[in-house]
Design a protein around this ligand. Structure first.
Ligand SMILES: [Zn+2]
Length: 127
């Protein structure tokens, strides 16, 4: 591993750890919000309209939270690959992922080509 790669890996680790802290904070906040909403719902004072609005809001929160959970898993997996020395290798084809791609998306598990195939496959099974 040359010095430039080492510097790159150190920067990627810092970016991943930073993102992990952000995601953990978001997820923690979402959890606190859920507890607050559960408490508010248990007093029985809210009418049905309020309850419906609350449900709608928590649906949006749930979708956002799920994205955060998914991304947190990608970030954790990327940190694991950094430790294992396989970071930057595409999960599917094993080729090195472009550095420019990793700078934008430090947690990217696949090269651009494989990610496109992966996402196509997912939307195809959804239909
Ligand atoms: Zn690939």
């Amino acid at each position: 591993v040359d010095a430039a790669t080492q510097t790159h890996l150190t920067q990627q680790r810092e970016a991943l750890l930073y993102r992990q802290r952000e995601l953990n904070a978001d997820l923690h906040a979402a959890e606190l919000l859920r507890h607050t909403q559960a408490d508010a719902g248990s007093d029985g004072a809210a009418d049905q309209k309020d309850a419906a609005e609350r449900n709608q809001n928590s649906d949006i929160d749930a979708a956002q939270e799920q994205r955060d959970v998914d991304e947190a898993q990608l970030v954790a997996a990327a940190l694991h690959r950094l430790d294992a020395g396989t970071y930057g290798d595409c999960l599917d084809c094993g080729q090195a992922i472009a550095l420019s791609r990793l700078r934008v998306q430090p947690a990217a598990p696949r090269c651009a080509a494989c990610q496109a195939v992966h996402e196509q496959g997912r939307s195809a099974t959804r239909r």
